[in-house]
Every structure is written in structure tokens, then in C-alpha cells.
Ligand binder design. Structure first.
Ligand code: PGA
Length: 260
């Protein structure tokens, strides 16, 4: 059983679910309702909960989450407001569907869709202008980690993915080592702590000292079994969770780490 920490940090942590390309309407409604029930029964947790389902489910689930004060997020958004971009959706559309967050630059989008950090920055600019908060993902490959280049690789990604616009309250950074996503492997506590400190320091330099509202999440194989080791690491302001977020029980066990 994970021991609650009780939100001792200076920022309010985030536990975010990334459902990726999973979920049809009926089962997802059950999942959302189960989560909403637990949240409503628990009173105030000392963290914000965000769920980022596939776009097809946003409108279906918005009321369930709204009533439980669970924020809704998209998994990507185009950098234009509208137009001839078949298959894409805009940040305005996410807002219109009830979203207050959007994940940008997830490594699966960088790999599957060739998204560069510069593209991520352009998308982030548009998302902020539309009124969304952005969750910008960065993370090194296994080869970069093995070569001792993790800090440099993540640093370069962050420098190029961060838009000039936006304050620390509106930008969340998710550190997700590519080799840890969906693999069951995670960096050790020292590596996570070092990277989160590096990200915070760089953010501070890039944003002229504005770092007070920044939340840096860890993502990659977070589960109830290891959340108690990861979430207390200094500089870790929550988690972005893929696989384990598809089970109400498993996801909730991570949320309650922040007290009930
Ligand atoms: P995982 O995915 O928790 O399944 O490793 C995390 C992510 O990709 O955001």
C-alpha cells in the first residue's frame, strides 16, 4: 500500500492519464464513471487529476469528468485554428470539447509522425493562445542514455520545444525516457532527480526566472507498485501514466499517493 504524501510541495502536483489510442465509448464511459465516483467520494486530493482520452471520447466523457473536477486533455493539436488539414484537430476544437490541457510532443508522435521539437513549439504557441495549458513531453532514447548524453538530449528537446509565450503556470513538462515507456523499466531515483532538476533549471533560464508554477512530471512505466518510489523524488511534481491509467483501480492507487 502506498503511503500518502499529502502535497507537501510548493506546487499542486498532477496525476495525468494518457489513454493513447485505447477505448470505445461503452467501456470508456464505465472507466470514466468509476474514476469519477472514486474522486467524488474521496473529497479533496492534494493533486490535480487530468485524463487525456482519444478525441472520439472527449465529448462523451466531458460531463462525467466535469462533475468530478477531473480535467480533460487532448493528446495532440494542430498549430492552425482551422482549415485544410485532413485528420487533424485544432486547439480551439479541444477547448470546444471541454479540454483544458493538451499533451504535445509525446515520443510516440515524434516517432510515428516525425514531429520535431520546433513543430511542438509551434503547436504549443497555438494551444496557449486558445487557452489550453500544455503538457510538453521530452525524453532521451536508450542509446542517448547509454552514451551519457541524456541530459544534453533532453535539454536540446526542451529548448526547442518550449514556446516563448506562456508562463510557468500554463506549461507542464513531462520527462518521459523513451526506453521506459511501456517497458516496465524506469531510471533510478538519482537519474530521475537529476533530470528533473536539469529541466527546472533550463526552464528558469529560458523563461527569465519564471519557474514558480512549473510542474515537471515523470512518465514511463509508472504503476501503483513503483509510484511510492518515484513520486517523492525531489523535483517530481506528479506523473503522466499510460498503461496503468486504463484500469480505474491501478490509476486510482497512484492518485491517492497524494492523500485522501
Ligand atoms: P506508460 O506510458 O505508463 O504505459 O509507460 C507513459 C506515456 O507514454 O505517457
Amino acid at each position: 500500500m502506498i503511503q500518502p504524501l499529502g502535497g507537501a510541495g510548493t506546487v499542486r502536483p498532477i496525476v495525468a492519464a494518457n489513454w493513447k489510442m485505447n477505448g470505445l465509448r461503452r467501456d470508456s464511459r464505465d472507466l470514466a464513471k468509476g474514476l469519477a465516483r472514486l474522486k467524488q467520494a474521496s473529497g479533496d486530493l492534494a493533486c490535480d487529476i487530468i485524463v487525456c482520452p482519444p478525441t472520439t471520447l472527449l465529448f462523451e466523457l466531458r460531463d462525467v469528468f466535469y462533475d468530478a473536477e477531473i480535467a480533460l486533455g487532448g493528446q495532440d493539436a494542430h498549430d492552425q485554428k482551422k482549415g485544410a488539414h485532413t485528420g487533424d484537430i485544432s486547439s480551439e476544437m479541444l477547448v470546444d470539447s471541454g479540454c483544458s490541457y493538451v499533451i504535445l510532443g509525446h515520443s510516440e508522435r515524434r516517432a510515428d509522425h516525425g514531429e520535431s521539437s520546433e513543430t511542438v513549439a509551434t503547436k504549443a504557441r497555438a494551444a496557449l493562445a486558445a487557452g489550453l495549458k500544455v503538457i510538453i513531453c521530452v525524453g532521451e532514447s536508450e542509446a542517448e542514455r547509454d552514451a551519457g548524453q541524456a541530459l544534453d538530449a533532453v535539454g536540446a528537446q526542451l529548448i526547442n520545444s518550449l514556446p516563448e509565450e506562456g508562463r510557468s503556470n500554463d506549461i507542464v513538462v513531462a520527462y518521459e525516457p523513451v526506453w521506459a515507456i511501456g517497458t516496465g523499466r524506469i531510471p533510478d531515483a538519482a537519474q530521475i532527480g537529476e533530470m528533473h532538476q536539469h529541466i527546472r533549471q533550463l526552464f528558469k533560464e529560458l523563461k527569465s526566472g519564471d519557474v514558480s508554477g512549473l510542474r515537471v512530471l515523470y512518465g514511463g512505466s509508472v504503476k501503483a507498485e513503483n509510484a511510492g518510489d518515484i513520486l517523492p523524488i525531489e523535483g517530481v511534481d506528479g506523473a503522466l501514466i499510460g498503461g496503468a491509467s486504463l484500469s480505474v483501480k491501478k490509476f486510482w492507487e497512484i492518485c491517492v499517493f497524494y492523500g485522501q
